[in-house]
Write a protein that binds this ligand. Structure first.
Ligand SMILES: *[C@@H]1O[C@H](CO)[C@@H](O)[C@H](O)[C@H]1NC(C)=O
Ligand SMILES: *[C@@H]1O[C@H](CO)[C@@H](O)[C@H](O)[C@H]1NC(C)=O
Length: 290
């Protein structure tokens, strides 16, 4: 009897220790490379017993039972958009087309997936409660409203090195003389022309974006993020400043070293799988497969 009492007391401690969370991962965008790099994190959270709901076009096969997937229905590449976005670019691109792309095609794309019927149904009618909301920081600032909807802290996943539009909300250092915009080539040192292009796009983000881009995203939030109680939410800027943590898929080996505020953490390579023993055939024959 005494042992049973001890066991029950011990169990009580453990029940607390394994209390799992309801986590929403809201990444309905068409950018596969952005999500793939973070999927192992979402899967691991589910493997450790958390209830993870992932909204994405890119599903995983045989997920753990606590991993729910919701797939938007839109078709991204109807007009050859990806060929346009991923073509080779000249320096001229940074000055003229890049700023235009950021406040036109990328905004239209966000509109495309936020207005998707599956996404709209979820935003309007989902009544789950989530303890944590993860969103993507890539031309979709309006998604931050979900933190308000569920009264939960927000983590942002940043799929590239953070540029001014992402850094500004957390006052993350973004010195234009050596901290590169994500659209510029990798490599460490900048030439004069690269520095000029970097400053140009930096000034665009600092001074033009608040007039051309951010109001579009705030409008999108007001139109497409309507759920019970949305009328009383803070402004988009206030909510973006309130993001608790940003996980960054970038690495010092690709871009130069740079300072970060404590809430910005680089997590490159979390998609790498643990190494396995080499096939016996190859080790005995001395063949190396590359
Ligand atoms: C887990 O998430 C799914 C999908 O959001 C939900 O239907 C289910 O009720 C959640 N389970 C728990 C135990 O909260
Ligand atoms: C900031 O986030 C916390 C949750 O982490 C929330 O309770 C608070 O209301 C949020 N404030 C604003 C202004 O969004």
């Amino acid at each position: 009897m005494k042992y049973i009492t001890i066991l029950v007391i011990l169990l009580n401690f453990y029940v607390h220790a394994i209390k799992s969370s309801n986590i929403l991962v809201f990444v309905p965008s068409p950018w596969k490379s952005h999500i793939i790099a973070f999927q192992p994190l979402f899967l691991e959270l589910a493997n450790r017993g958390h209830n993870v709901t992932v909204i994405s076009k890119f599903t995983v096969k045989d997920p753990p039972p606590t991993y729910t997937q919701l797939v938007p229905s839109y078709n991204f590449d109807i007009d050859g958009r990806s060929d346009y976005l991923f073509r080779e670019r000249s320096m001229y691109y940074s000055f003229i087309e890049d700023p235009m792309t950021r406040s036109t095609i990328l905004v239209d794309t966000t509109l495309m997936f936020m207005s998707d019927p599956v996404i709209q149904k979820f935003i309007k009618y989902d009544q789950s409660s989530f303890d944590l909301v993860m969103i993507e920081s890539f031309f979709q600032e309006c998604a931050v409203a979900l933190g308000h909807k569920y009264g939960a802290p927000v983590i942002s996943i940043v799929p590239v090195t953070p540029w001014i539009s992402v850094s500004r909300w957390a006052n993350n250092p973004a010195d234009l003389s050596y901290i590169k915009d994500f659209m510029l080539d990798g490599g460490k040192s900048l030439t004069f022309w690269e520095r000029l292009a970097n400053s140009f796009i930096g000034f665009y983000s600092l001074f033009v974006e608040p007039i051309t881009y951010l109001p579009k995203l705030e409008n999108m939030m007001n139109t497409y993020f309507q759920y019970p109680g949305y009328e009383n939410r803070p402004t988009m800027a206030e909510m973006l400043k309130n993001i608790s943590l940003s996980l960054i898929d970038s690495d010092i080996t690709i871009f130069s070293s740079r300072p970060y505020v404590p809430s910005f953490i680089e997590v490159p390579g979390i998609h790498f799988r643990p190494k396995k023993k080499m096939d016996k055939f190859y080790t005995t024959c001395g063949i190396l497969r590359i």
